[in-house]
Design a protein around this ligand. Sequence first.
Ligand code: NIG
Ligand code: FE
Length: 411
Amino acid sequence: MTPVPDVDSRWDGLIVGPSLATLDDTRGYGEVTDGAIAWKDGRLAWVGARVQLPGDEDSLADQVIEADGWITPGLVDCHTHLVFAGDRAREFEMRLEGASYEDIARSGGGILSSVRAVRAASEDDLLRESLPRARALVADGVSTLEIKSGYGLDLDNERKMLRVARRLGEVLGIEVRTTYLAAHALPPEFSGDAEAYIDAVVEWLPVLHGEGLVDAVDAFCEGIGFTPAQTRRVFEAARLLDLPVKLHADQLSDLGGAGLVAAFAGLSADHVEYSSAESVAAMAASGVVAVLLPGAFHVLRETKLPPLEAFRQQGVAMAVATDCNPGTAPLLSLRQAMQLACTHFRLTPEEALRGATVNAAHALGLHDRGVLRVGARADFALWDIRHPSELGYWLGGRLCRGVYAGGRFIG
Ligand code: NIG
Ligand code: FE
């Protein structure tokens, strides 16, 4: 007979019955049928087949839940701009009438119209507007969320955005990783003097970092954003503070942005539609993750595909994120982004799931989640599906039955 564990060594929770997609290997879903998963103190304590549980189920944990369907690691949305005010539906109409994203940006709309709305909103207003978006992501499986600044473009408004991002994490019980993206667009007060603006961006960074508001640093390296030389200055400021970098790179043209991230041993190059063969090789050599953003690709009706085959051949890890933002990706489901990645970029559903879990975690520098493995954070999602390929298949619908973050049920 198996001895009954004493109260202290009992697990906090145990779920029995569902199949598991552990992703705990470099290929395959890591399927376990009729599985069991247990956690204690916020970490996974047991993962495997139910029949192999070390004793009587009821005595093993304080709470035992019988379930069916599938459990995957909690989804990680590693690229969002979800703290914003207002919307840009009118610009969407203008684009459908023929204007380009660049035309709208150059005429003072685009990112700058969201800057006006964010500056006019109080911190509480911004929280109130952003919370339903974050809740929608969690309701579809997300347990870790990255949120960028970049619609404030001055010290106080960048701070306001980053504070709202942190508060969202507290309200929802999930981990929010914040990214400083002041180098997103040139604000009107610096019009014609991008260098002076970069001076300011570099000056604000240590202030906000000192307030505990910055986990990583990003920039928009593009014709309508900042040059590689200006991006480099932002990256150098990040390096002085030991902060990791990532980049909106090669979205609309090839400025060598992904290669620049590699030169700084950064976490990720994001968008990457126009990245060159040299940049891909540099990413592979430095372990930079390619973050694919099929929502922006879809909404902008782009046609230039990222160099997917080169990423595969050279072993560049691919992540998938929503890019949730009011301009190019009004997208509130990471699962939907996975579907778009399969449809537009021909990712396999397995690649899309890895892209929205373990690879996305790596794109944030997190190595304690994204797989179901003893010792990993107890972040996982329960799904009403027959096979995990369905996560890259359905458009819409309600498949997610629940999400746990750090062993706590969050929705
Ligand atoms: O990831 N490319 C720049 N930044 C965002 C869009 C932001 C916006 O249009 O508000 C992106 O697509
Ligand atoms: Fe983005």
